[in-house]
Design a binder for this molecule. Structure first.
Ligand code: HEM
Length: 453
């Protein structure tokens, strides 16, 4: 007979409560649901293969079956572009950069940056990942907000790796303004949906506007400097390639748009994935111990060689499971350019399609015991049984995250350095709650208790 100690450990990390019945659309505009994209989903949303909503006159399709998701993101991707509403919302911050453009303008920009994210280019960045991870550990001990540390670290990485280490991008002022700008984008969603002008009406909106202005002005100055004194970095190469392809005024605007795009897209998501992974390991001390031992062995064989990632198979599985349970980008949207069908569901030109990693990654029909943490899901055999569109933390198809390889190498390196040296334990009595409109993070940060290994 099995005793309680033989029973398999089942760890279910926190998620918002799930009401039984469907949640009315209007609830999305008041209270917690208006501030938190992952709050208020009913049980049904995690069981059905597709549903449809009418949001303030916009028809929104939500496909959850991976074959339907594949249709939108890959098979007929040309028909599903970034929605005009989303472009309008993002325009003041990232203009027409890679993330927020479509068609020929998108293709030209994707081609221009592709070389900077090829495997050899990422390998060359490994020393800078290791340096940022090391530098972050200065003064550690006691209770530390690891969400803040993760943000500061990934900001430093992106500024070192892509912008020649420009100090204007890692200052305390920059950190505050960027957080405000991102919150402002989440808060302005309702205004855009209602077709109202993007004039900030709340204190949060005004802080967001100031953040956007700071970001644009700072990045314009950084671009101007690089134009005068080109270096051997991503930004200088991108400016030269844009100058060769576009007229001067357009090239200048796109350089600033993409500087903002890469600066924002390149650090906030990665910081959230690092934070969630540390949280999940802090709750599972035995697993954390195994990961730490693996990291110590892997680093002993070399801290910044291209083989490091391959020496961290357990950490890699933990990271993948972390991005399944807490996808840093919980949803992204498309708009149909022409009538179509998604499976049996008719789509009209102009309809929205929302892709929800948050729902797909915890779907009852796709995963066994979906809310449970289980790194074994990422063992080669188990992984081979997954549909490729049932796990989409980086999106998929032609618009897949261009920084996926960069982010993965960075996260493995940073986590290995931190876990090899420090033990991360929960702060007693503090509950963790996932929250966010654009990216998913623990509400109010992640204070953990740190002790040396
Ligand atoms: C854990 C870290 C990251 C996650 C979870 C993530 C997630 C995503 C997702 C889901 C998309 C697709 C959105 C859509 O289809 O609408 C995307 C696109 C993008 N990401 Fe990432 N990302 C991460 C890190 C990075 C990094 C490090 C960079 C840059 C250095 C980056 C730059 C971009 C850009 C520029 C796009 C737009 C690509 C295009 O439309 O062609 N991301 N990312």
């Amino acid at each position: 007979m099995s005793t309680p100690t033989d029973a398999p450990l089942r760890y279910v990390p926190p998620h918002p409560p799930r009401p039984d019945g469907p949640v009315p659309v209007w609830r999305g505009f008041v209270g917690e649901r208006a501030r938190n994209a992952v709050f208020g989903w009913s049980k049904r949303a995690f069981e059905t293969s597709y549903f449809e909503r009418n949001v303030l006159g916009h028809r929104v399709h939500i496909p959850l079956d991976p074959a339907l998701v594949q249709h939108v993101m890959l098979d007929n991707a040309a028909n599903y572009q970034k929605p005009d509403l989303v472009k309008k919302l993002l325009h003041p911050t990232i203009g027409q950069g890679l993330l927020s453009s479509d068609g020929a303008l998108w293709r030209d920009q994707r081609r221009i940056v592709a070389a900077s994210f090829a495997p050899a280019a990422i390998d060359a960045l490994l020393p800078s990942f290791a340096r940022a991870a090391e530098a972050a550990m200065a003064g550690w001990g006691g209770t530390i907000d690891m969400a803040q540390i993760a943000t500061a670290t990934t900001m430093r990485v992106i500024s070192d790796a892509l912008f020649g280490g420009d100090p204007r991008l890692t200052s305390q002022a920059a950190i505050g303004h960027i957080a405000a700008a991102l919150e402002g984008v989440g808060g302005a969603r309702l205004q855009v949906l209602l077709g109202l002008p993007l004039v900030p009406v709340t204190a949060k909106g005004r802080r967001g506007k100031r953040g956007q202005i700071y970001l644009r002005e700072t990045l314009s100055a950084v671009v101007d400097d690089r134009r005068r004194r080109p270096g051997d970095d991503f930004l200088s190469h991108m400016i030269a390639a844009l100058d060769a392809r576009f007229a001067p005024a357009e090239a200048q605007a796109l350089a600033v748009d993409n500087a903002a795009t890469f600066y924002l897209a390149g650090h906030e998501t990665t910081a959230n994935a690092l934070t969630w992974t540390l949280f999940l390991l802090s709750e599972q001390p035995d697993l954390q111990q195994q990961v730490a031992a693996e990291a110590q062995r892997a680093l002993a064989a070399g801290v910044d060689d291209p083989g490091l990632g391959d020496r961290l198979p357990l950490l890699r599985r933990v990271l993948e499971e972390s991005m399944r349970l807490y996808p840093p980008v919980p949803r992204f949207d498309r708009q149909a350019m022409a009538d179509d069908r998604i499976g049996e569901h008719p789509i009209s030109k102009g309809d929205f399609v929302s892709i929800w990693p948050w729902l797909i990654h915890r779907h009852q029909r796709l995963w066994e015991d979906p809310d449970r943490f289980d790194e074994a899901r990422w063992q080669p055999d188990a992984r081979a049984a997954h549909h490729r569109f049932q796990y989409i933390p980086f999106g998929g198809g032609p618009r897949v995250c261009v920084g996926m390889r960069f982010a993965t190498a960075e996260m493995l390196s940073v986590l290995a350095h931190w876990l090899a040296r420090w033990r991360f334990s929960p702060l007693p009595g503090r509950a963790v709650r996932p929250s966010g409109m654009v990216t998913l993070r623990p509400a109010g940060g992640l204070p953990l208790v740190l002790s040396r290994r």
